[in-house]
Design a protein around this ligand. Structure first.
Ligand code: ADP
Ligand code: MG
Length: 259
C-alpha cells in the first residue's frame, strides 16, 4: 500500500512525499518527514505511533486542516494544495466524515439533528432509507430525540459515527475515537467502524495509540518521529502491542542488544 506508483483510483486518500515542519532554526520540529502513503478504498486502516509521532498531523494534512510544508496530499484525484480555503471547507463538508475523541456534538440539538447537521448545512436532502439504515446499524433508534447530555459517552460517539457516515463520505477520518470511552463502549464504536467497512463499503482511517483499537483494522501504519516505520496487514492487538514494544526498545537504545 505504501507506494506512489500505484494508480490513485485504488486510494481514497494519499500523500506523496509530505513533510510538515513547525518552527524554524533551533526549534524546528519535523512533525511529518517525507511521508508517502496511500489509504485503499473500502478498507479500515489504523495509524499508530507514540505520542508526538505525527499521527494527528498526518490526519490533519489529509483533511486539509493543516498545510503541508512539502509534498502533495490527494483526496481521490483532488490535490488539496490546489484548492482555496473555501474549496477546502466544502471538500471537508462534502467528502470527508469526521469522528473526534471529544465527540463534538452540538449540545442543544437532538441526536437526530446532530446526525443531519452536515447535510443540512450543505443544503442536501437526507436519503431517508440510508439514514434509517445508519441509525439502525449504530443502534440509536430509541435515542434519536435525546440531547447529547442525556446520552452516555458511548452513545454520543455512536451519534458522531452516524453523523460521519450519513453523507456517504469518500473517507471517514477518526482521531482517537475511543480515547474518552471505557473499553466496552470503545469496542462498540470500533465494531461500528468495522461494520461500516464490511457492510457499507466505507473507507475508514483511524488514528489511535491503543493496540486493541488497531486490532479492528485491516492494516496498521506505524509512525515514529514523523516517518512511516512499518505497515502491518491483518493485525491483532497482540501483534500490534509487540510491535509497539519493539519501538519503545529502539527508542530506549537497547534494541541492538536484543534486550
Ligand atoms: P501525535 O498525534 O502522534 O501525538 P502530533 O501530530 O500531534 O503527534 O505532533 C507531532 C509533532 O509535531 C510533535 O512533536 C508536536 O509537538 C509537534 N507539533 C504539532 N503541532 C505543532 C504546532 N502547531 N507547533 C509546533 N509543534 C507542533
Ligand atoms: Mg494526536
Amino acid at each position: 500500500m505504501n507506494t506512489s506508483t500505484m494508480p490513485s483510483d485504488r486510494h481514497a486518500a494519499r500523500t506523496v512525499r509530505v513533510s510538515r515542519v513547525h518552527g524554524d532554526g533551533d526549534t524546528v520540529v519535523r512533525a511529518l518527514d517525507d511521508v508517502t502513503i496511500g489509504f485503499e478504498r473500502g478498507r479500515f486502516t489504523a495509524v499508530m505511533g507514540p505520542s508526538g509521532s505525527g499521527k494527528s498531523t498526518l490526519l490533519h494534512c489529509l483533511a486539509g486542516l493543516d498545510d503541508v510544508s512539502a509534498g502533495e496530499v490527494y483526496l481521490g484525484d483532488t490535490e488539496l494544495g490546489s484548492l482555496t480555503d473555501r474549496q477546502l471547507t466544502r471538500l471537508r463538508r462534502d467528502r470527508i466524515g469526521f469522528v473526534f475523541q471529544a465527540f463534538n456534538l452540538l449540545p442543544t440539538m437532538t441526536a437526530l439533528e446532530n446526525i443531519l447537521l452536515p447535510a443540512s448545512l450543505a443544503g442536501r436532502k437526507p436519503d431517508l432509507d440510508w439514514l434509517d439504515r445508519i441509525v439502525t446499524s449504530v443502534g440509536l433508534d430509541t435515542r434519536l430525540h435525546h440531547r447529547p447530555g442525556e446520552l452516555s459517552g458511548g452513545q454520543q460517539q455512536r451519534v458522531a459515527v452516524a453523523r460521519a457516515l450519513v453523507g456517504r463520505p469518500e473517507i471517514v477520518m477518526a482521531d482517537e475515537p475511543t480515547g474518552n470511552l471505557d473499553s466496552r463502549s470503545g469496542s462498540e464504536v470500533l465494531a461500528l467502524l468495522r461494520n461500516a467497512v464490511n457492510e457499507l463499503g466505507q473507507t475508514v482511517l483511524m488514528v489511535t495509540h491503543d493496540p486493541v483499537a488497531a486490532g479492528f483494522a485491516d492494516s496498521v501504519v506505524f509512525l515514529a518521529d514523523g516517518r512511516i516505520a512499518d505497515v502491518m496487514d491483518s493485525p491483532t492487538s497482540d501483534r500490534v502491542l509487540d510491535r509497539m514494544k519493539a519501538f519503545d526498545r529502539v527508542a530506549a537504545g537497547v534494541g541492538a542488544r536484543g534486550v
